[in-house]
Design a protein around this ligand. Structure first.
Ligand code: GLC
Length: 738
């Protein structure tokens, strides 16, 4: 009997130990990589002290947040930027940390990605840049930017995806997914209405709810609802009186309630200005706040959501409900990234990354004009002249937070020399002097662009060489200096800087084979456009700039890019500058053009652009025929199938972006003449024909009714317009929405 009792006692003690062990295992629930994230979040939250909760929702250094060291909850490391992984900076400084292993691949600027109109390129981009962020052990990539191109003077337009909300929506989603497949969070920015740089911290934007919902929010909504972005960055500006980084309507009402965003709202660096608003208006993670470094103690404790928040709780002025919600979102972001058990290893500067740069650039370059088949450069050309500072100047350094330390940047002249080696002689003339500087936050290009000759002498040299050249390629545009394509400043005029127009005019007199290549993220005036044979919008192409442009100019790559924004003939033609509207603005500013941004405004005003939204030529030509609608009537719950035949009737293979616009022929509220609602990029061999299919539902027909506060698809007649650009409609058909 005794033995039995002893055995039972022993067994029950063992069981208790096991149970205790189980209890121990349960204690590690938040560390259990196989547990559902929401359970990990709640378990970790329950274990955190009040101070730990306060610490985790604000930065501990320039680009990192502390996690919870006691519980083994990892730090969160963020990094710029949208075009490549920023070189390491010091713990609490913008200056370089001086690492030697933090050079990166410089990807084309996002205007170039948008210009590809190729969703697969956006995925390729996101995967590649996500791999580099992962390799550098960064958890949050501070990009992409999707603010709408409202004005051609906007300093950061080069970081964004153009003037059309549908195009930006379609291109941001694959980028976000590609990045996040690497266990790195995208941080889509700058939410919202960041459309000027000069007074970006104090401009107080107001616009109608139609403009907000139809133009400025769709790309952010797509990033959240379709892309599942894990974080969003608030913008510096105010919206209707309150800073966007803690704006109740933008963050709580629209982002979190209407769209169901479950990620973390990150402030822009220095975008937080008020503790009480930060507590209640939806900010989750505070970075970059400008606090005095002197004054003793840890400056990061002086952040708005640090000790000031803690004190309000300790005094009983506020509860901890908002704090717990912020902590949940930061923990969720951490478990999705830094503590994600499935995150891959990443890669840096791999061949696939270089291939991605060339593919994206090759599909993004836009052939704007090409008279007399001036391009591709004749295979018989033996003497090619390259002119212009932008043919030799590195453009990956500068421009603000998207500035990079690229492993290598192949400039245009290098690319042309590479391509024509042994085939033709490539010579160079400076043409003009722009910005001879070449450094940003301690990253130096190492280039010496100093020039002693004056403008007249430089032009004379270029003209003399052009007279004997078989082909002349002028490479100009903008650069990453202040008041060019650069964060923190806006452009002062639409024209080209540095006297480039004079150089181009002089070259046009000296040759009948002149190509002007513009490297920029913005539209520019072209007073010389009728006197040059070819114009190419080359964007900022990153590490492979020269190889990409040499491939396009030589015909090795047939250009297939389409403009993501309108090139106007003059500044006043833009709806955001018409009628003497001022720019930039400080303080309260209303977007008077409302929904009529970009081509929507040009078409409403009947103003002909220099080059239209969606425009881009090819070395071949495409023919459209047989536009067919599945029905002449569509019900509101139904769909409309649209098909069109596209044929390559030229002599070389090419890609065409088939664009579908919808026009509401009669609406109770003002609507644009037409709006982009679908597009597809197809590659066709010479003579090949393809039927391209689209499906429209009522969302493609709806407008936002800011009286009812909802989207409305009004019964009546609509027109489908299909073409090669917004100004080159090839096929049209009407139908009726019942
Ligand atoms: C900058 C930019 C933002 C960037 C951040 C960190 O001011 O507005 O885009 O990601 O601060 O550098």
């Amino acid at each position: 009997m005794k033995k039995t009792l002893l055995a039972i006692a022993t067994f029950s003690i063992l069981l208790t130990c096991c149970k205790t062990d189980n209890a121990t295992t349960n204690k590690a629930l938040y560390l259990n990589p196989n547990a559902p994230i929401e359970e990990r979040v709640e378990d970790a939250l329950a274990r955190m002290t009040l101070r730990e909760k306060i610490n985790i929702i604000h930065a501990q250094s320039k680009f990192s947040a502390p996690g919870v060291p006691r519980l083994g909850i990892a730090e969160l490391w963020t990094t710029d930027g949208p075009h490549g992984i920023r070189p390491e900076v010091k713990w609490d400084e913008w200056d370089q940390a001086g690492w030697t292993n933090d050079s990166c691949t410089a990807y084309p600027a996002l205007t170039c990605l948008a210009a590809t109109w190729n969703r697969e390129m956006a995925k390729t981009y996101g995967v590649a840049i996500g791999e580099e962020a992962r390799f550098r052990e960064k958890d949050v990539l501070l990009g992409p930017g999707v603010n709408i191109y409202r004005t051609p003077l906007g300093g950061r337009n080069f970081e964004y995806m153009g003037e059309d909300p549908y195009l930006a929506s379609q291109m941001v989603v694959p980028y976000v997914k590609g990045v996040q497949e690497q266990g790195v969070a995208a941080c889509v920015k700058h939410y919202a209405l960041n459309n000027e740089e000069t007074h970006r911290h104090t401009v107080d934007v107001d616009c109608s709810d139609r403009a907000l919902y139809e133009i400025y929010l769709p790309a952010f909504k797509a990033a959240v609802v379709e892309g599942g972005t894990w974080s969003i960055m608030g913008s510096y500006n105010k919206y209707r009186g309150t800073h966007a980084c803690h704006n109740d309507r933008l963050l709580n009402k629209i982002l979190k309630e209407e769209w169901g965003f479950d990620g973390a709202v990150v402030s822009d660096w220095g975008g937080t200005h008020n503790t009480d608003e930060a507590i209640t208006n939806g900010l989750d993670l505070e970075f970059g706040t400008w606090v005095a470094r002197k004054g003793g103690g840890n400056p990061y404790d002086r952040y708005y959501m640090a000790h000031p928040y803690l004190e309000r709780i300790q005094k009983g002025e506020v509860g901890t409900a908002e704090l717990d919600e912020k902590v949940r979102r930061v923990l969720r972001l951490t478990f999705r990234t830094a503590m994600n058990p499935n995150k891959p290893y990443g890669a840096l500067g791999s061949e696939s990354h270089t291939a991605a740069v060339r593919a994206i650039g090759g599909e993004g370059v836009v052939l704007l004009k090409n008279d007399n088949n001036n391009l591709p450069i004749s295979a018989q050309a033996k003497n090619i002249l390259v002119v212009g500072e932008n043919a030799v100047k590195m453009l990956t350094v500068g421009g603000g937070s998207s500035s990079l330390k690229a492993k290598h940047e192949c400039v245009v002249l290098e690319g042309m020399l590479n391509h024509y080696k042994g085939v033709a002689n490539v010579s160079y003339a400076r043409g003009y002097v722009g910005d001879v500087g070449g450094s940003y936050n301690g990253v130096n290009t190492g280039q010496n662009l100093n020039e002693n000759r004056n403008a007249k002498e430089l032009i004379a040299e270029a003209v003399a060489m052009a007279r004997t050249a078989d082909a002349v390629v002028f490479v100009g545009g903008l650069n990453k200096s202040d008041h060019q394509d650069c964060e923190g400043t806006d452009r002062k005029e639409l024209g080209l800087p540095y006297g480039q127009d004079e150089v181009i005019e002089a070259l046009a007199e000296a040759t009948d084979h002149l190509t002007v290549v513009l490297l920029s993220g913005n539209a520019v005036e072209m007073p010389w456009v009728d006197r040059v044979e070819s114009v190419v919008q080359g964007w900022f192409l990153g590490s492979e700039t020269g190889n990409v442009l040499a491939a396009v100019l030589s015909g090795e790559v047939n250009p297939s890019g389409k403009l993501p924004f309108t090139f106007g003939k003059k500044l006043e033609d833009y709806p955001s500058h018409a009628g003497g509207v001022t720019f930039p603005n400080d303080g309260p500013t209303t977007y008077h053009e409302d929904i009529f941004v970009g081509y929507r405004g040009f078409e409403k005003a009947g103003v002909e652009p220099l080059f239209a939204f969606g425009h881009g030529l090819s070395y071949t030509t495409f023919e459209y025929s047989n536009l067919t609608l599945s029905s002449k009537k569509m019900s509101k719950r139904g769909e409309l199938k649209v098909s069109v035949d596209v044929r390559n009737n030229g002599a070389c293979k090419g890609k065409e972006v088939v664009q579908l616009y919808v026009s509401d022929l009669a609406s109770s509220l003002p609507r644009p003449v037409k709006e982009l609602k679908e597009f597809a990029k197809v590659e066709l061999e010479p003579g090949e024909s393809r039927t391209v299919h689209f499906t429209l539902d009522k969302s493609a027909l709806s407008y936002y009714d800011d009286v009812q506060g909802c989207w409305v698809a009004e019964s009546g007649d609509f027109e489908v317009l299909v073409g090669s650009s917004s100004a080159d409609i090839r096929q049209r058909a009407t139908f009726t929405l019942k």
